[in-house]
Design a protein around this ligand. Structure first.
Ligand code: HEM
Length: 490
């Protein structure tokens, strides 16, 4: 009898404690939808959650919250509040713990918070600049890469092709040169595996159960639920390839004069700091940062360029307009250079509009409140995960005239002589954690776009309609990308 009473007592204590904590939590958080016990709102989240977040904001207000598995999530929706949040020092953190427990155990700089993140980011950017990022040799090597790539496209002689894989391989080579110090042949089995791995691992949904229920993550992976077992083993393969790259670099003698790529630079920094206590400059961080830069620098740009090609096919009038601008400025024969951007406002407006309309990273990358803080009058308690709904900003009719419409002209000044990028175009985010690859991405998008339109008229297969239906994974993709025809420009 005593044991039974003791058991009931314990259960009552647990329930009372749970209810008190629950009420305290609810009172501190912005309003939002209810969910189920333990899992919260997680089972109700749809694949295209950017749409759902925007709908929930219409119901609960511009800053709302919900419980998602083991975490409280606050979603910020209007430019006025997002602008304030982007400048808030307490909202610069990332979620604690691993994104995929049991698979990714060490943090790269994208997962770090606080002084460690600051230091890693600062050193990474300096190292990447030292090995070529933003320099003219890098631009030359991108142009060489584009030349090889367009030769491959020409070899199909105008037959309909799926350009996705080939484009990913070409774009990956540009970041590979900076990170690993070399490029890959398009038929190198290793690069094909890497492209497959990146495409599949990016197919994880944004609010994925492994991240939000870390307590059962290992079980989910083991049972291959939600395809997570397969995704995880692909990711492990990718990581092990990067480990091999790091090992190859370690066999060389590094001194100041032979820093050729990011891995060399990091190894050099590591040896300088070998006596530092608790340093994050170790082999685990190196391997994760190298994977991060390769991954972040490949799929994002390739996916954006794929969207750009769809817009060119869907709106051939813009394709002609850009080609006319090319003819009037650099002509069809000289390869484009970054400085040409200034004299090609319509081309730049087209790139800005493609970034706005596709909104590749629609809900940003999760942030975490590192202290109790506020946005407007809304409280955000410490350790809440924070989502910035960039999709809602890019579709806000108060900021953009007829936002659903694809209209590059919206970025041109009155006399159409300049493309103006307003601060609420936040494809790369903004503030201290802004994407460090923004200029590199703009450079590649510009060089690939102009080079392609100098050489090809791009169209869909006859009779095939081009829909712009989206599928949200880590980035927003086209659902079932169509084959395209690349006819040489005479
Ligand atoms: C069209 C291409 C790209 C888009 C749309 C994009 C978008 C983003 C966004 C939205 C973030 C989150 C920033 C935040 O938390 O506020 C981010 C972070 C990041 N991006 Fe990009 N990105 C692109 C290309 C690149 C490239 C080419 C690189 C590599 C050179 C790169 C490396 C990174 C890294 C390392 C971070 C983490 C920064 C940090 O946590 O401090 N990205 N990106």
């Amino acid at each position: 009898m005593f044991l039974v009473n003791f058991f009931y007592g314990l259960v009552t204590l647990f329930v009372v404690n749970y209810v008190i904590k629950f009420v305290q939590r609810i009172r501190k958080l912005p309003p939002g939808p209810w969910g189920l016990l333990i899992v919260g709102y997680l089972p109700f989240l749809r694949q295209n959650s950017y749409d759902q977040m925007t709908e929930l904001a219409a119901k609960y207000g511009p800053v709302f919250s919900f419980k998602c598995g083991q975490f409280d999530v606050v979603v910020i929706n209007q430019w006025k509040f997002i602008k304030e949040a982007l400048a808030n020092e307490h909202l610069l953190g990332r979620p604690k713990g691993s994104a995929i427990p049991g698979v990714i155990e060490h943090a790269s700089l994208i997962e770090m918070s606080g002084p460690r993140w600051k230091e890693q980011r600062r050193v990474a950017l300096t190292t990447l600049r030292d090995v070529g990022l933003g320099k003219s040799e890098m631009e030359d090597s991108i142009r060489d890469e584009i030349k090889s790539f367009t030769e491959v496209i020409k070899s199909f002689k105008g037959k309909p092709i799926s350009v996705s894989d080939k484009l990913s391989l070409s774009v990956s080579n540009n970041i590979s040169k900076l990170v690993f110090g070399h490029t890959y042949a398009y038929d190198d089995p290793l690069s094909l595996t890497m492209a497959k791995i990146l495409a599949q691992s990016n197919a994880m949904s944004f609010f994925n159960v492994v991240q939000f229920m870390p307590i059962i993550a290992r079980l989910i992976i083991k049972l291959n639920l939600f395809n997570m077992g397969e995704t995880s083993s692909l990711l492990k393969k990718f990581e092990s390839h990067v480990i091999d790259e790091v090992d190859e670099h370690r066999k060389k003698d590094i001194d100041d004069n032979v820093i050729k790529d990011y891995i060399d630079g990091f190894l050099h920094e590591m040896s300088k700091r070998k006596d530092e206590k608790d340093s994050t400059f170790n082999l685990d961080t190196l391997q994760r940062n190298a994977s991060l830069f390769y991954g972040a620098g490949s799929d994002t740009i390739a996916s954006t360029f794929k969207w750009m090609m769809l817009y060119l096919v869907k709106y051939p009038e813009y394709q002609n307009k850009i080609r006319d601008e090319i003819k009037q400025t650099i002509g069809l024969n000289r390869q484009p250079e970054n400085v040409d951007r200034k004299q090609m406002p319509f081309t730049m407006a087209f790139i800005h509009e493609s970034l706005r309309h596709s909104s590749l990273v629609p809900l940003n990358i999760f942030r975490r409140a590192t202290e109790d803080t506020k946005v407007g009058d809304y409280s955000i308690p410490k350790d809440c995960l924070v989502v910035f709904n960039f999709w809602a900003v890019h579709r806000d009719p108060n900021l953009w005239d007829n936002p659903e419409q694809f209209k590059p002209e919206r970025f041109l000044n009155e006399d159409k002589s300049k493309a103006i990028k307003p601060p609420y175009l936040v494809a790369f985010s903004s503030g201290k954690r802004v994407c460090p690859g923004e200029s590199f991405a703009y450079l590649q998008l510009f060089l690939y776009l102009v080079s392609f339109l100098q050489q090809f008229e791009i169209s869909a297969e006859p009779g095939k309609d081009i829909s712009l239906e989206k599928l949200q994974t880590f980035v927003v993709r086209k659902k079932e990308p169509p084959n395209l025809i690349f006819k040489s420009v005479d």
